[in-house]
Design a protein around this ligand. Structure first.
Ligand code: GLN
Length: 311
């Protein structure tokens, strides 16, 4: 656990600090990796030349691999997935900007882009499997899906069911209220208010907990299958507030008039990828890739692409 916490911190820190963390780690794989990277830089031209001089018969038939991708996936980590050649991502594609459907009926969003890169680097094809949020973790736990990636918050209870990778983003639970609401700060929720949440989410768990534990009690929370339905209930006056992650909240408020987000931050959380506990090789391989994607700025670029344009 401590190691995860340290990795997680390193992941969320600036490039220089994260790089420093990896060079001081006592993990046996790090020096080898560094060496590999150095070697790749020094002998980059040679490596490419070797590859082009001795192409494998099947190499040209590979549909997905461009020259760059081929170079990156030249030595994919050996991992086992539920379906050979594929990386199955369990998600709930109603959580913009992390995962949503696009106009063509495909999937897009921060998680989808990061997962696509992870799959590529593993030499696999990403398959997005859309399902109810409540099934995302159980499908990985039961071995039907490889990864749970759904703006998924790391918490102790979920750690009993899946292993988490390092964190790649943070989320903040926020409170959405009608513009004319008498709820001005989070504490006002305790004044006998009704709160709408998405079923099975951390927002639901916090709010439905007992007042002694900082919640408002089950009787004060109504859960909906997704965030959009909770927002509809708010607009119809069935609930007084909706507690949900900040980025989806911004999107809901942007497309629904008369709503606002309270300025107070409710809870700050870490998003990570859930992996089957019996597949530590996959978790480790993803962690190695995540470190790379965080350190080279790719994750930040993807976050900026979706988050800045929505503000
Ligand atoms: N971050 C929240 C959770 O993990 C909500 C995720 C979601 O609704 N996709 O519970």
């Amino acid at each position: 656990m401590k190691k995860y916490a340290a990795l997680l911190l390193a992941g969320m820190m600036a490039l220089s600090l994260a790089a420093c963390g990896s060079s001081t780690t006592s993990s046996s794989s790090a020096p080898a990796e560094e060496k590999k990277e150095e070697a790749a830089v020094e002998t980059g031209e040679q490596t490419e030349a070797t590859q082009t001089e001795a192409p494998e018969p099947g190499a040209e038939q590979a549909e997905t691999a461009g020259t760059e991708a081929a170079a990156e996936t030249a030595a994919p980590a050996e991992v086992t997935t539920v379906s050979p050649g594929e990386l199955h991502m369990a998600t709930n594609a109603a959580f913009p900007p992390y995962e949503m459907t696009d106009d063509a009926g495909g999937y897009e969003g921060i998680d989808v882009e990061i997962a696509t890169l992870i799959a590529e680097k593993l030499g696999l094809t990403l398959v997005v499997d859309d399902m109810e949020f409540g099934s995302v973790i159980t499908s990985v736990q039961s071995g039907k899906e490889d990864i749970a990636m759904a703006g998924l918050t790391v918490n102790e209870e979920r750690k009993q069911n899946v292993d988490f990778t390092d964190s790649y983003a943070t989320g903040v639970q926020v409170v959405i209220v009608p513009e004319d609401s008498d709820i001005a700060v989070v504490d006002d929720l305790s004044n006998d208010k009704m709160i709408g949440c998405q079923d099975g989410t951390t927002g639901y768990f916090y709010c439905s907990d007992t007042p002694e534990n900082g919640g408002y009690g089950e009787d004060h929370v109504i859960s909906y299958p997704n965030g959009a339905m909770a927002i509809e209930a708010l607009k119809a006056g069935k609930v007084d507030a909706v507690v949900i992650d900040n980025e989806p909240a911004k999107q809901f408020v942007a497309v629904n008039e008369g709503l606002k987000i309270l300025e107070t931050e409710y809870v700050i959380e870490n998003y990570a990828i859930g992996v089957n506990k019996e597949n530590p090789a996959l978790r480790d391989a993803i962690n190695n890739i995540l470190v790379e994607l965080i350190n080279d700025g790719t994750v930040q670029q993807i976050l900026d692409k979706y988050i800045n344009t929505n503000e």
